[in-house]
Design a protein around this ligand. Structure first.
Ligand code: ZN
Length: 209
């Protein structure tokens, strides 16, 4: 996706409609700075705003993402290319999220161990309230890191059933209940109903990794 081309296209369509950046921004309920950022190719409109923007500019989402008017002939082809590109962006950010989760685990476990040991040490030398407070803080941080990590794992990518190959997003509750090693979890498949170890995958389509 060529952000600069998209930006120029948005600016052209806006001018065709006789709208200023400020007027377009007002119609969308956003700041004119955001519109200026799109038009200079610094950012893309959020998915939540794309449809409304297209309606105002009287273009379709594919034209927006391609940065030009599309004649019907190659419409389908370009639509598919745009879908693939959007999906790639999602996968990239999912991968980043999962890496953040790994980093979180690597940082939090030693910190936790040091705090617990420190707490125990303090208790041993008579500073019992401090020692207990330190251990409590350690426990709380580990729990909150666990919750954040679990949310990341839930939001990023899918789980694959080894039995029927279904790829799905489980409920948070199912994830909390599931024993796991790494990002592989023992869960019940919503498609075939069999229990098994379900691997984390980034794409919905089979064949992807
Ligand atoms: Zn299954």
């Amino acid at each position: 996706m060529d952000q600069e081309k998209i930006g120029k296209f948005i600016a052209d369509c806006r001018k065709e409609k006789g709208l200023t950046q400020a007027l377009l921004a007002e119609k969308l309920g956003i700041t004119d700075r955001a519109v200026s950022k799109w038009e200079t190719g610094k950012s893309l409109p959020d998915a939540s705003i794309m449809l409304e923007l297209c309606r105002i500019l009287e273009i379709n989402v594919n034209e927006l993402l391609t940065g030009e008017r599309i004649i019907m002939d190659n419409y389908k082809e370009i639509a598919e290319e745009n879908m693939v590109e959007l999906r790639k962006k999602v996968e990239k950010s999912d991968k980043t999220l999962l890496n953040i989760e790994k980093a979180l685990i690597i940082i939090i476990i030693p910190t936790y161990a040091i705090m617990i040991l420190g707490g125990a040490y303090m208790c041993k030398f008579g500073h019992i309230p401090f020692g207990i407070a330190l251990m409590a803080v350690a426990l709380l941080s580990v729990i909150s890191a666990g919750i954040v990590g679990m949310q990341i794992e839930h939001d990023a990518g899918y789980y694959e059933c080894p039995n029927c190959g279904e790829r799905y997003v489980p409920t948070l509750k199912a994830m909390y209940m599931a024993p796991h090693y790494g990002t592989t979890r023992k869960m019940k498949c919503p498609c075939c109903g069999k229990k098994g170890y379900h691997k984390k995958v980034l794409t919905k389509e089979r064949g992807g990794k």
